[in-house]
Design a binder for this molecule. Structure first.
Ligand SMILES: Nc1ncnc2c1ncn2[C@@H]1O[C@H](COP(=O)(O)OP(=O)(O)OP(=O)(O)O)[C@@H](O)[C@H]1O
Ligand SMILES: [Mg+2]
Length: 270
């Protein structure tokens, strides 16, 4: 294949592209904080990609740019080859941020259906039921968030993020508040959900093991101003069993990635 043909195949295959993204914030006193220095990478259609990097390096900022909650100072973000605001206005984006709590006065079924209400899109109740089943919450449709465990609430918010059939799913540390056992369960759950739908997914996490277990590729960001330190291909076959976490290859990759996170330039806040 010549280079031109290769490039066009690649472009068709690209779900999200970051080209030379710089993001600075104005601070009080006229100072400037550069969060993202020069970030470029692509996410392929249907890919599960994780972003890891030192605390405060700009991971959430990167997601906010895709979700059109902020704009880059320099560079271009494209989602499905279009400006992020176009996808957002068409509700093609599913978002589960850690701080996106469920509404306490709505039942689980109403919380999951909420994006339909908010966007004026009619969502088939059968579809809501299917999603509740998909995340393993059958029987809890009429429960209120306070009656659910932390993990169950996270699963409900993942169901909610999928209700409008998004092209792209953005997850910002969705399991950060969970204990190790629950987190492991949620990782298995998320792998199952992703393999059923293969929606392009971008996960931000501090968990190297979580990133290795779930991702096709892992993008390692450096400390602020963040750039891409490396992009690691994750070689494990799918579907993945948790037993891969006990293999030598998993441990080696885990060590390598942890090393990168703590290499000179990382800010040590982690
Ligand atoms: N609206 C804003 N105004 C000023 N500074 C901001 C703003 N949003 C983010 N920042 C700064 O940009 C940097 C990157 O923030 P961001 O939240 O993207 O980091 P992060 O990698 O997600 O961190 P963590 O791992 O702790 O969640 C931080 O230093 C933060 O203080
Ligand atoms: Mg963050």
């Amino acid at each position: 294949m010549n280079q031109q043909a290769y490039d066009s195949v690649n472009a068709a295959d690209t779900a999200i592209s970051f080209s030379n993204i710089e993001k600075s914030f104005a601070l009080p006193g006229g100072k400037k904080l550069t969060a993202l220095g020069d970030v470029s990478f692509d996410v392929r259609e249907g890919e599960f990609i994780s972003i890891i990097g030192p605390s405060g390096c700009g991971k959430s900022t990167l997601l906010r740019l895709i979700a059109d909650l902020d704009t880059p100072t320099n560079g271009t973000v494209l989602v499905e080859n279009r400006a992020p605001n176009e996808l957002v206005s068409e509700h093609r984006l599913g978002v589960a941020f850690q701080e996106h709590a469920l509404l306490p006065w709505l039942t689980i079924v109403d919380n999951v259906a909420l994006p339909g209400k908010l966007s004026g899109t009619s969502v088939d109740p059968k579809k809501v039921q299917e999603l509740i089943e998909l995340v393993g919450l059958t029987g809890f449709e009429k429960a209120y968030p306070r009656q659910l465990s932390g993990g169950m609430k996270q699963r409900a918010s993942i169901a909610r993020s999928l209700v409008l059939d998004p092209d792209v799913l953005l997850l910002d540390e969705p399991f950060a508040a969970l204990d190790a056992v629950m987190r492991r369960k949620m990782n298995i759950e998320l792998q199952r959900i992703w393999s059923e739908r293969q929606v392009t997914t971008m996960l931000i996490t501090h968990g190297v093991d979580e990133a290795l277990f779930l991702s096709d590729r892992i993008v390692v960001l450096s400390a602020r101003p963040a750039g891409v330190t490396r992009i690691v291909d994750v070689p494990f076959e799918r579907p993945r069993d948790p037993s891969i976490m006990r293999t030598e290859l998993f441990h080696d990759l885990h060590d390598e990635l942890t090393e990168m996170l703590h290499s000179p330039g990382a800010d040590g806040e982690d």
